[in-house]
Design a protein around this ligand. Structure first.
Ligand code: GTP
Ligand code: MG
Length: 588
């Protein structure tokens, strides 16, 4: 069997998944209407959260495709995938051109020696400027130090949404055949009889989980043939401290290859293919599965360290247990243990007992876990996310991020001033037509909470991307102008009359009729200090009291608390209450 392995990479929303879906559809690998973004959360949010494997057959060759997430919080996952494939489709929006995450994933690909195929997508957009985008991509290749071979990248123009690809913009085309042809021409063959003859070496780059089979390893067979039921050795050259440098035995019980979006059980799989392996309960990313223990391990795959952490604990608010079915500490612990089976970037400290310390790669990484849990019927509360500090050679270090902000020109002053307060150092400033792009490097500590503020400051026109770039010396105290909380001192239903008065003093998170309790945060105060309020207070009782006058009040729509917004605005002495239907903030 002939095999090629590619990954699809891009900035968020540039069309990776649409392109993958269209490739699978055209080659008959999936039916009409089936999408790689199969997870409910992915469909709701319209973004890819988990990288996924699929395959298609074209002219007798099996093409394994890994669709990757574009959001920066999942960047380290993309990096792992890149280690295991032979070429990438670098998708670039024909209107936006290369964006921050384009640069990151391209840089990683070039460093690994991959020769990308550039796909200029969305050429159907009215404001598309494909030639300009291509020029910009070339500049980016040069900036990133691409070699001669890499600079000679092929370009394909696409409308992923419609499943159309062309080599020249003026070509007539009705499908993706031109792209498939380029893939066959450009992507090195992964399989050969010679490789099959070698002793087995497989390396997992992702993990999966199945209720019956337990942990699954998704990996590439570099050499040899893997057989179901065979005894193997697992070599670990870094990775988990408990196993580092050791070789342990294991048994492969089942093997699956990818066919379309489905997995297909097989008795054996050959060199070059990407497989899912069951039977190795403690297998980990970057280890080497082999049959001959004297074989060398493959170079390991690093896992990026977490940058933020927060505590998960049982909900003990007055409303505890109202919505959740899974609420006890033991239930939460079991769920978190299961998460560790597949969530590679996550770390959890179970030792404190009355809470669990969960560490992850960013707010979205944590928010996705919480969102999944509440949908499954869990109820819990979490503390404010804090950055993780380390010490190396006596120096205190903290995570830093590259922050890219696109704003209307007139907002420049405000943004620069605010980022400076958050210890952001300006790296570059680039005026474009009516907006300006400013790049900063800032401690994660300073970036936390800025997203929402920027959106408000720019009335939704500002866009911010950030990406962890590593640990650096502690940047010193940051005086963020924290928002104060408006805290209810009463139990009962919020009344329009009192909310009408309170909304003059800050931003409310609740509307009339919302049930509140003593200690619940119902809004924030512009002044910065906490404020105790009674949102249940009706109008002064007079003989004239009429229901009608209460209803005539017009309230500003509340700022609805979502998980991510809650994690962003929560204060140190508060908890975010996460329930299947409600999200609330409360004083600890
Ligand atoms: N006009 C136009 N829109 C497109 C095209 N391809 C994709 N889109 C739209 O762009 C949006 C994002 O597409 P996706 O395929 O989900 O993008 P993605 O790169 O997978 O996004 P992430 O996985 O979240 O990083 C969707 O609304 C698509 O309908 C295209 O060729 N033309
Ligand atoms: Mg996607």
């Amino acid at each position: 069997m002939k095999i090629r392995n590619i990954a699809i990479i891009a900035h968020v929303d540039h069309g990776k998944t649409k392109l993958t879906d269209a490739l699978l559809r055209q080659t008959g690998a999936v039916e009409e209407g089936v999408s790689m973004d199969s997870n409910v959360l992915e469909q709701e949010r319209g973004i890819t959260i988990y990288s996924k494997n699929a395959s298609l057959f074209y002219k007798g060759t099996k093409i394994n495709i890994v669709d990757t997430p574009g959001h920066a919080d999942f960047g380290s996952e993309v990096e792992r995938v890149l280690r295991s494939i032979d070429s990438v489709l670098l998708v670039v929006d024909a209107q936006e051109g290369p964006m921050p995450q384009t640069k990151f994933v391209l840089k990683k690909s070039l460093e690994l020696g991959l020769k990308p195929i550039v796909v200029i997508n969305k050429i159907d957009k009215p404001a598309a400027r494909p030639e300009w985008a291509r020029e910009k991509v070339l500049e980016l290749f040069m900036d990133l130090g691409a070699n001669e071979k890499q600079l000679n990248f092929p370009v394909v123009y696409t409308i992923a949404k419609e499943g159309i690809a062309k080599i020249n913009l003026l070509d007539k085309s009705k499908d993706l055949t031109p792209l498939l042809e380029v893939i066959l021409e450009e992507v090195p063959e992964a399989s050969s009889e010679e490789l099959n003859q070698k002793s087995l070496r497989v390396q997992p780059f992702n993990l999966g989980y199945d209720n019956f089979m337990g942990r699954l390893a998704i990996g590439r067979i570099y050499e040899g043939v893997i057989k179901a039921g065979s005894d193997v050795f697992i070599k670990n050259i870094s990775g988990l401290p408990a196993q580092a440098g050791k070789t342990r035995p294991g048994r492969v019980t089942k093997i699956f290859t990818f066919e379309g979006l489905k997995r297909k059980e097989v008795l054996e799989a050959v060199a070059g293919d990407i497989v899912m392996i069951a039977g190795l309960p403690d297998i980990y990313i970057g280890e080497t599965i082999c049959v001959d223990p004297s074989q060398d391990a493959l170079p390991t795959i690093n896992i990026d360290e977490p940058t933020i952490s927060l505590n998960f604990l049982v909900n003990n608010s007055p409303f505890a247990g109202r919505e959740g079915k899974l609420v006890t500490s033991r239930q939460i612990k079991e769920r978190l243990e299961r998460e560790l089976e597949v969530n590679v970037g996550l770390k959890i400290d179970f030792s404190p007992g009355d809470y669990f310390k969960v560490s992850g790669r960013g707010e979205l990484h944590i928010a996705v876990l919480l969102e999944n849990m509440r949908r499954e019927g869990y109820e819990l509360q979490v503390s404010k996310p804090q950055v993780i500090l380390k010490e190396e050679n006596g120096i205190k270090l903290e995570p830093f991020e590259e922050v890219i902000i696109d704003i209307p020109n007139e907002m420049m002053g405000t943004v620069i001033e605010k980022m400076a307060k958050r210890k952001g150092v300006m790296i570059s400033i680039n005026p474009e037509q009516n907006h300006t792009r400013i790049i900063f490097e800032a401690p994660t500590r300073g970036v936390l909470g800025y997203r929402g503020e920027l959106v408000m400051d720019t009335k939704g026109e500002g866009i911010i991307y950030s990406r962890v770039i590593g640990f650096r010396p502690f940047a010193g105290d940051i005086n963020k102008q924290a928002l104060g909380s408006m805290v209810s001192m009463a139990n009962g239903k919020a009344l329009g009359f009192s909310l009408y008065n309170l909304q003059k003093r800050g931003t409310l998170y609740i509307g009339a009729g919302t049930e509140v309790y003593d200690g619940m945060v119902i809004g924030n105060t512009a002044k910065g200090n906490d404020m105790s309020v009674n949102p249940t207070k009706g109008k002064q009782l007079t003989n004239m009291r009429s229901k009608a006058s209460d209803e005539a009040i017009t309230l500003t729509p509340p700022l609805e608390l979502t998980l991510e917004r809650g994690l962003e605005i929560i204060n140190n002495d508060e908890y975010l209450e996460v329930m299947p239907k409600s999200i609330r903030l409360r004083k600890q």
